[in-house]
Design a protein around this ligand. Sequence first.
Ligand SMILES: NC(=O)c1ccc[n+]([C@@H]2O[C@H](COP(=O)([O-])OP(=O)(O)OC[C@H]3O[C@@H](n4cnc5c(N)ncnc54)[C@H](O)[C@@H]3O)[C@@H](O)[C@H]2O)c1
Length: 353
Amino acid sequence: MRKLLVTGGAGFIGSNFIQYLLGRKQEIELLVNLDLLTYAGNLENLKSVEHDPRYCFIQGDIRNRALVRKLFDEYGFDTVVHFAAESHVDRSIVEPELFLTTNIVGTQTLLDVAKNYWKIHPEDKYSREYRPGVIYLQVSTDEVYGALGRNGMFTETTPLAPNSPYSASKASADLIVRAYHETYGLPVNITRCSNNYGSYQFPEKLIPLMIHNALYDKPLPVYGDGMQIRDWLHVKDHCAGIVAVLEKGEVGEVYNIGGNNEKANLEIVRQILKELGKPDSLITHVQDRPGHDRRYAIDNTKITTHLGWKPSYTFEQGMAETIRWYLDNLDWVEHVTSGEYQKYYRKMYLLDT
Ligand SMILES: NC(=O)c1ccc[n+]([C@@H]2O[C@H](COP(=O)([O-])OP(=O)(O)OC[C@H]3O[C@@H](n4cnc5c(N)ncnc54)[C@H](O)[C@@H]3O)[C@@H](O)[C@H]2O)c1
């Protein structure tokens, strides 16, 4: 029976993960979702589990050491799955400091509290003995590897070469996780996943943004030539990959998670327009963002061969399901795109100039 601390569980992937886990895994005794509820966190995402007796929500900041320590004391976690982060590259370009404190200091706070709580002899700095079965899983991203040229793929041994403040903060966090494993023997795993799509994604990210605009016949802002290539994975396949690592991963290892599904942004935008029966003339090319990586691609050989995970969705099936979800949940889209979002949107795509 596992007792989990999930951070950032009100965000896109975290909320999908909580629903996935509580829906499939009976051996979960307790799951506490610690989330600050920034603009990206939304408790509406978790309506289906809010009455599950195993589930508990705490609004709070991962950088609040006293709070994190109190939660460990109160609930006795044996597992941490750390999603909470500032996650949007565009925002990191205008507000890098927030990314450093949340993504780096927040991660170090969690690691430190987990180490002190799980260590059998916390006062002995040479001891590397921990309570049996404990694990800290860091949810990271393929963006830590930087950009690829036309060929090649990221493997787990590709050197880290992040290009944006967001990816640099995630790479820094990964290195701190590694250091806690090497220095203190803390049982950890890191997963590095490619771009996710699916339900509950905040409409600042490519796919929900384009669906939202197309639905209302608004221009679809495409950065530069739109030929930036990403390796897309359905969020439920990402969740299944994380569970595979929790259940079968070798302690201390990094696992890439990707769907072998490279698509250019423009191709995706055209597919959305086609599915919604809207004209390509809605596409509007806007100035590219600084430091925009051209291509990411994940080599998923390690997780597929060592842990037996593989993606279950084809992109066509996943996209059709995702578009249907946004059409069926227009209320959700309306709520999250009101107020502050409108200001942000105009600023990002230079619509006020
Ligand atoms: N979205 C992707 O395609 C993708 C791909 C690979 C990896 N990741 C990683 O997965 C994780 C989740 O990504 P997402 O897309 O769901 O992000 P998201 O922005 O949708 O959600 C982030 C959540 O973290 C919470 N949060 C932010 N700061 C916090 C703090 N200080 N304390 C507590 N909670 C805080 C927010 O309220 C929100 O609920 C991130 O670590 C991200 O780097 C994302």
